[in-house]
Design a protein around this ligand. Structure first.
Ligand code: SF4
Ligand code: SF4
Length: 113
């Protein structure tokens, strides 16, 4: 029997909203970069709750203890949502479902075998 076709459905995934293994291995947590022009930086409430600065004072999304972006809601691999979808950083907007990195991150989080 042919293997089931993988559907790269972001609302049942969320893998790229977590720190990938290559970063975890070197304790690198500044994963979700924020550009200075990204709209989230113009919203003080969101900045206070969700943004951290790295050693070079560049803004990133805060990660929780499971290394998930704190804006991600729901259960990984089941049902997820970005709680700041319209204000998400440009790096999140440009990440392509079905790309090589998408497939890698899904595998790392156990979403695909
Ligand atoms: S890893 Fe791929 S399928 Fe999963 S949320 Fe990111 S872009 Fe979507
Ligand atoms: S801001 Fe939203 S889309 Fe970007 S990593 Fe966080 S939860 Fe995912």
């Amino acid at each position: 029997m042919a293997p089931a076709k993988v559907v790269y459905d972001c609302v049942t995934c969320g893998a790229c909203c977590t720190n990938p293994d290559e970063n975890r291995e070197i304790d690198y947590v500044d994963y979700v970069e924020i550009e200075v022009s990204d709209p989230i930086l113009k919203k003080p409430d969101l900045v206070r709750r969700l943004v951290v600065l790295d050693d070079d004072l560049l803004p990133h999304m805060r990660l929780d203890r499971h290394q998930r972006c704190v804006a991600l809601k729901g259960r990984l691999g089941r049902q997820v949502a970005c709680s700041i979808y319209h204000d998400r950083p440009s790096g999140c907007r440009s990440f392509t479902a079905g790309s090589k990195r998408c497939k890698q991150y899904r595998r790392e989080r156990g979403i695909d075998a």
